[in-house]
Design a protein. Sequence first.
Length: 745
Amino acid sequence: MTIHPEQFRLSRIQLINWGTVDGYLDITVPREGFLVTGASGSGKSTIIDAVAAVLVPPERLNFNAAGQAGGSGAAGRGSGRTLVSYIRGAWRRDEDPESGGITSTFLRPGATWSAVALTYHRGTEDKPEAVTLTAFYYLKSGETSRTGVRRLYGVHDEDVGLDPEVLHPLMSTGINIRQVKATWPAPSRFTETHRVFADRFRPKLGITSPEALLLLHRTQSAKQLDNLDQLFRDYMLTEPETFTLAKDAVAQFTELRTAYERVQDVKARIEVLDALPPLATRRDSAVDEADRARAMLEALPLVRDRLHRQSLVEQIRELDASLAAAGDVLARAREDEDHAVAGLRAAEAALQGAGGERLQVLEMEVRLAEEKLEKVQRAADALASAVTAIGGVTPTDAESFTVVTGQALDVVESYQQDRERVEARRNEAVLRAGKASEELRGIAEELASLAKRTSNIGYRHVQVRESLCRDLGLRPRELPFAGELIDVVDDHRDWEPVAQRLLGGFATTLLVPESQVGRVSAWVNAHHTGVRLVYRSVPEQVSVPQRPVHADALSLKLSVVDSPFRDWVLAQLRSRHEYRCVESPEFFDRIRGSRGVTRSGLVHGGRDRDGSVRFEKDDRHRLDDRSRWSLGSTNHGKQELLAQRRATVQSQLDAADRERRDGGGGGGVPGGREACRRADPWHHLACRGHLPRHRASGDGQGGGDGLVAVPGAGCPHRGPRHSGAPGEGGRRRPQRRRQEGRCAG
């Protein structure tokens, strides 16, 4: 006779690869009852935990609870049992001598699967009714976390037997749900969620409340009960909410105490560090003062030498003027001496009488005076040209001659400085011309590159991609730059400068499919590209974040070109490169933790965990400098801008070339300087007016008195070298020269 035929009772337990059961195990459970007994570690808990794994929700499951509550020895064996350890077949736990941790040894370390089936019967022997609950588990190779377990639960209205040979093809590479359902078709029902599974089998087994399964789990875990209070409190009654509230209160108190201690620590730090800012200011001031003193000390010898040079130049100028004046005085004294000697000779000649020989002497003196006059005339003309060259006025007396000489020395002094300034301007023009030529070459290369493509990426990055694609047999469109796929929406062109600056670095990122990353990395590693190359591997499947809820989001002002990389670029724009676009910094307070940017390019970096906010504004280049823009699928605007820039740079180059050619002028000053230096003293230049008197006295018609007066009436500055008299040794005699109209005797 069947005991309580209206009641479902467990009649069969089937295990496959569960715990230390490596393979298939079928246990028949009599309706009258079943006692599981054996020594510690013989596998009693393995069978009980298999039943619990099917009936109890995973989050409430506590494997080998009885063993953990049974003292240190049992706890040592029972602790660490999890669903993963049962699927893997953990059979030994040892201490790792290197790390000191506990490691487990598994029967099934690779990809594996497990199955548990519980069969319940009711009714009479001639009219039995059966329900089978099945649970299938799968773990990938190397997976040890509970979240990595794949589950499938099934409810069958019959006694189902598990066949490892049938199940292995369905489970070896993962749970093939479709084939499992084909193996056990309806009315069998399967689900991956335990809650749905429990809602299906509880009505069939007559279990009205989920708490009944938890109570069964606690009862199976009961061990060494001392009294009924412990039974009800630990295994039948749920924990009151007050326990949770008490735990929360203790945790909150601990957090408050920790926060208080942190505040006290910060206050102590502030008190210690308060003295540092003034000290740092004093130190910075002292360092600046030391640097200033060091610079002055280094410059002192140069300043001293410059002042000394100026003083010496002034002294030389004064001495030159004094020397010129003394030379004039000396020359006049010598001429007075010569005049006196000439007068003496004339007197001696008068005493000796006048004759033909004396007439020849006078003719010789006249000829010498004419030669000297011609020489003086040439010197005077050279002086006049030199004075005109330096912008002066031709002198008419000794005093004005001295003034002009001083002015010439000043011009000579300033000439070197003027020449250095001219050379500096010329060198500067050469540098400007070189920079302009280099920029023209860069513009020409950029325009030539832009004409062959449609993007705004710099030609150096494009050249690297062309070489990469040529060597790997790829097409450039298979390795696009991110900027080639991003355009600014026409309705938001006013935000284009901001978008170009924010996304400038991302725009030059090379996008590489995952299948080509290895080849691209090998090529880049083996070549010197000459640029800063950033490339990203892009997976085939990318989840795109939801459309931003804020209408001022930067990603809403951009459009992404349709391509295999569109989802990845869109995901990057909505996550890593998302900003709120605001008119001015006053709106930053409204965006809270989000990142933001103003029309002028001021970036609000969002609030960090420590409460600080990072702000940044990059003004190294103008915001509207289109030559540095990289976004866009077309480059017509950039070509026009570069063409205009080429014309401007060409004009600058032409101007620099003209300035370089014209910068070497001013060569007339050295000639005037040398002429002034070689000019004769003033007393030699002042003799031009005396020759007519010589001619008037030497026409051959005068008497003896006139002949005697000629030396005194001639050039009063004539020196001994012009006289031919005994003053030069007394041996030279002037040669007789026949002249028409002159008397020889």
